[in-house]
Design a binder for this molecule. Structure first.
Ligand SMILES: Nc1nc2c(ncn2[C@@H]2O[C@H](COP(=O)(O)OP(=O)(O)OP(=O)(O)O)[C@@H](O)[C@H]2O)c(=O)[nH]1
Ligand SMILES: [Mg+2]
Length: 301
């Protein structure tokens, strides 16, 4: 079985361990979280892939240690998640410097195989009435300089906004799912064929991974408001859920349908105006189900 390595790095207290616990829904462990001493490795199963998550404790004494073993620690990284505490403005320079150090390491270890990099500007909490756009802009331009030549994307995240973490994580891991773009295209085709559908998402069980497509920006904004609730309903209902229909208001509706491939559960989530559930279900069965099963299945072989 193929194995992929993900590195979570960033200064101490940025939120790396909290993010990995939240992504794995280990909410109860969040309460007594302590600074990570050295490296904490966990194995995840994502779409049948074995992913090894390396959570690099960010205290300075450990960062010095990593430099001594940099070839072992950083070699063959598929994805780098670099976490920055956006609330801690005093530490921006240090955070950027550490990112720069890590990029240098990657360039010296294996310049032909630089990792995909997901930057999490973390602690953008939904209940904070602070607008972080100025800080995001400032950090983004500095990060762009540091990450020249690497493929990367910057996300605003918070452990109190699960969809924000799922989105950042999905972007990263999509890079080692070769068929992801085929699924992406398929969802776009679905939108093109169904004028009253405004948003379609494909979620993996535990929602570690999702593919998403939206008709326009307003559909995406509106859907994002609902996403947390929808994910939580899907997870709470678990195996009992096969089909779910929700009326958000008189106009918008949400439709969830479960699909099982190789004993794994996936959920389609549709949002739109005056959705015709039967029509969507028929269209899925006749035109999409088989194709998507083939794609997901071949991904695992
Ligand atoms: N407000 C807020 N606090 C967060 C968030 N993420 C993490 N924290 C808090 O930040 C503190 C540090 O979190 P950790 O996950 O231990 O940080 P870390 O990056 O793993 O730190 P080291 O292990 O020392 O490198 C904890 O008190 C968390 O509760 C977030 O999104 N918002
Ligand atoms: Mg930690």
């Amino acid at each position: 079985m193929e194995q992929y390595k993900i590195i979570f790095a960033g200064l101490a207290n940025a939120g790396k361990t909290s993010i990995t616990l939240t992504l794995q829904r280990q909410f109860s462990d969040l309460a007594d979280i302590t600074p990570t001493k050295g490296i904490d490795r966990t194995e995840l199963d994502i779409l049948g892939f074995r992913v090894v998550n390396w959570d690099l404790g960010g205290q300075e004494i450990f960062r010095e240690e990593y430099k001594k073993k940099e070839a072992v620690i950083f070699a063959e990284t598929e994805i780098l998640f670099y976490v920055i505490d956006i609330q801690d403005t005093d530490l921006y320079e240090d955070a950027l410097k550490y990112l720069q150090d890590i990029v240098e390491i990657y360039k010296s270890v294996d310049p032909d195989r630089l990792p995909y990099t997901t930057i999490c500007l973390n602690k953008v909490d939904p209940d904070l009435m602070i607008d972080f756009s100025k800080q995001t802009k400032e950090l983004s331009s500095k990060i762009a300089n540091i990450l020249k030549g690497l493929e990367y994307k910057i996300f605003q995240t918070s452990i109190y906004n699960l969809p924000s973490l799922i989105e950042a994580f999905s972007w990263g891991i999509a890079k080692f799912l070769p068929k992801q773009s085929e699924l992406d295209l398929m969802l776009k085709k679905f939108l093109a064929e169904h004028a009253n559908v405004n948003a379609v998402n494909l979620l993996e069980k535990h929602s570690m991974f999702l593919i998403q497509s939206y008709r326009d920006e307003s559909a995406q904004l509106f859907f994002n408001l609902l996403k947390e609730g929808i994910i939580s309903i899907i997870e709470k209902l678990g195996n009992k859920l096969t089909v779910l229909t929700l009326d958000i208001n008189k106009i918008f509706k949400v439709f969830v349908e479960k699909m099982t491939v190789l004993q794994r559960d996936y959920y389609f989530v549709f949002m739109g105006q005056d959705l015709d559930f039967d029509l969507i279900q028929n269209s899925l069965i006749t035109n999409y189900y088989g194709q998507i099963q083939n794609i997901v299945q071949s991904e695992l072989q």
